[in-house]
Structure formats: C-alpha cells, structure tokens
Design a protein around this ligand. Sequence first.
Ligand SMILES: Cc1cc2nc3c(=O)[nH]c(=O)nc-3n(C[C@H](O)[C@H](O)[C@H](O)COP(=O)(O)OP(=O)(O)OC[C@H]3O[C@@H](n4cnc5c(N)ncnc54)[C@H](O)[C@@H]3O)c2cc1C
Length: 417
Amino acid sequence: MQRRDLLKAASAAAAAMAVRPLAARADDVPGDASGDAPIQADVVVVGGGTAGTVAAIQAARAGAKTVLIERGSQLGGTMTVGGVAFPGLFHAWGKQVIAGIGWELVTQTVKLDGGTLPDFKKKSRRHWEQQVLINPHLYAVLAEEACIAAGVSIRYYEFPLSVERKADGWMVESVGPGVRKRIACRQLVDCTGGGDVVGMLKLERLREDETQPGSMLFKVGDSFRAGRERLQAVYVHGADSSTSASRTRATIAGRQAMLKQIRKGLARKRLVQVQPEAAFRESYRIRGETVITHDDYVSGRKFDDAVCYAFYPVDLHTRSGVKPKPLADGVVPTVPLRALVPKGSRNILAAGRCVSSDRLANSGLRVQASCMAMGQAAGAAAALAAKRKTTPLDVPFDDLTRLLRDHDAIVPERPRK
Ligand SMILES: Cc1cc2nc3c(=O)[nH]c(=O)nc-3n(C[C@H](O)[C@H](O)[C@H](O)COP(=O)(O)OP(=O)(O)OC[C@H]3O[C@@H](n4cnc5c(N)ncnc54)[C@H](O)[C@@H]3O)c2cc1C
C-alpha cells in the first residue's frame, strides 16, 4: 500500500471510530454492573461533605456495601469547596474529646502537607488557637482515597431525585448529567447540611425566620498558602443552601460583595483565590427524636445515648457580627443518637450541621470536628442496622459504642443511673 493510501485508510478508520457508539453506558460508574436493575446497597449516604465523608468511610469499614452520592465533584463540602479549612475542635480543656476517622483524615493531611498541629495541651479560651489549619486540596484527595480504600462507591455530580419507602428500606433514584439510576438500600444517612433528604420525605425540619449569614471566602494578596493561612471572608446575609436557586443567589451575592471590597479598598492587591461557591452556616435542622437545647449544650448534659462529644463556644453570627460565648470551664457537651434520628422515622439518620437542636445549641454543634464525630456515629449505626435488618434506634447501644471505639472514636461513658 502507498503511504497516501495508508493515511487515507487510517483516517477512514479514525472517522469510523469517532462515530461508533460508546460501548460503555452513560450511567455506568466503576464497579456498577447492574444495568437497568437497581444497585443493591446496605447504606446510602447523601452528601460527601464534612460529616458524610466520615459516615461513608465508617459504614464501609464496618462491612456495609456503601454508596456515597455527592452533587459536587469532590469531597469535604464546607471544609474544601466552602474554603473553611480549619476544623475544630478536637480537644477540650487540654484533652482530646473527638478522634476517630475525622481525626485520622485531618492528621494525615497535616502530615503529608508538612504542616503543624496546634499545642492542644494549652488550655486556651481562644478557641481559634485550637483549630487545625489544613490544606483543603489535599484533604479532599485523601478523603477520596480513604473512601475508595474502604470500598465506598462514590457517585459525584449526582443527587437524589426521589426517595421511596420500601418494606425493607429505601429506593433512591439518583440523577446526574446523563445518569438516572435506582439504588435499593436498607439505611439512608442524610449529610446534605440542610437535611435535604429528610425534607424530601416530608419528615419535620426546624428553621428560623432569619438564618445566620453565609460567607464567601477569598484571598487578595500576592499568594495564598493553603494549609498555612486562612482565607478572607465577606458575609452573605440571607444565604440559604436549601435549593439550587437559593444557592445561586447566595453565590452571586457573595461574589458581588467580594468585588465591592476589592474595588473599595484592596485595589492594589491581586485577587488570588475565590472559592467556587458561598459557604452556608444555617438552613434547616432536622426535628429528631430529641432536640438538643441551649441549656443541654451549655450545661454539658450527658445524654444516656450519647454517641460523641462536641466542643465549641456558642457562636451565633448575626447582621452585627459574632461574639462567641465560651463554654464554662470543664464543660463538654454530648450528642445523643436520638438527635441524629428524624422524629417518627425508620431506617434513616442525619448528621452534620442539620443535627436536631435549637438555634443556639446548633451554633456551637455545627462545627467540623463535631460534624465528623456525628458522621462516624451515624455511619456506624446505619451499618449495624443494615446488617441486623433493623432500624438504628433498635441496634443494641453497647454494640454501637463498641463498633465506634473499635474504629478509634471517643464515645462518652454512659451516666450512672
Ligand atoms: C463561613 C463559615 C465559617 C465557619 N467556621 C468554622 C470554623 O472556624 N471551625 C469549624 O470547625 N467549623 C466552622 N464552620 C462550620 C462548619 O464548617 C460547617 O457547619 C460544617 O462543615 C457542615 O458540615 P456538614 O457535613 O453538615 O455539611 P457540608 O460540609 O456543607 O457538606 C454537605 C455536602 O452535601 C452535599 N449536598 C448537599 N445537598 C446535596 C444533595 N441534595 N445531593 C447530593 N449532595 C448534596 C454538598 O455538596 C456537600 O458536599 C463554619 C461554617 C461557615 C459557613
């Protein structure tokens, strides 16, 4: 064959390949050979943010076939996409009170990034001194690696379109660009931040008329050294994470507020970093089987079904700013399992900032270390409930605490009767 004929033949072959339909189906994800049949899972976690990533890893490490649905393209949620990359608080009054999978991911990130941890022995009332500065880019990748190693099936760019109750669990219809997939599971864990799945199921949620502002995080200057410094922030009043429309409004408002600041005072400095979307402090909270009150929080009530500690000042942001109110010496609040279980529900838990609590208690409970600890507890309860074909509140509590401790979580001792 002449060289010219060879080139002609090669380009004809390339053209034929270009129009040949793809062998892989558009809704295939790695490891999913289910075709049109529903994927069978034990646990579905919705939302791969601060709490959800940890919930999914815990459920999978406990042996549950776990699917994680995340509407974005990376894990970490507010910590990474929001740019709030200073998780706290793992320590209270000089002692570690939250550990487990969240702590593992945070310390791995700091180590690989060559960063340093604060001096936790210092019994400081300045809570920000005890927050860990992490490189959010690295955290997202390490969290993803840990999910994959645990066997979690991650579905990015998807969100649940419908969730239907079944006799033995749920049928979730998950959609994304080019994908419409049914997933049958025994247990659901809602880690969407604002309890989106709980809302879809018409289970009760709590919400204030005026919510705390969100923030748009950005940096002007010569450079931004992720993991070594914090971003700047402008408040976004009325920021609401409930729908794509309200998220759009908040993100545009955040960018405009940032631009105004740049135009006003920072003109000689370059914009070097802007987060892709606004970060949200408050929207819906679930109404759980119990509601943690401000009094429970500031008195450090030891719930008899406490699954983790939480530690942070009462930290309510308003139009006039924030004045954190530190907890009294020695006080360490706890989070009961019943605050992670939507009232009147079966086979569903929720974890993260949507924890069942009144507004002031929530302003302290919503922070990252506490969200991670709640996520781990919810993942463990979901895995055990799926295994035993029961609902989370019927899992023997000692089995739950044993599983959590086996996975390095710190669980409060049960108060003596
Ligand atoms: C500006 C700001 C400053 C803060 N400062 C601190 C601080 O200094 N220290 C601290 O520890 N905490 C701080 N917090 C609080 C803390 O960051 C958040 O409350 C916490 O990260 C929330 O965790 P989460 O898991 O509930 O939600 P997120 O981390 O927001 O995760 C929710 C995830 O769910 C996904 N999702 C949402 N809806 C759907 C859906 N329908 N389908 C699929 N996926 C969905 C989202 O994409 C996201 O990944 C701050 C928060 C803000 C906004």
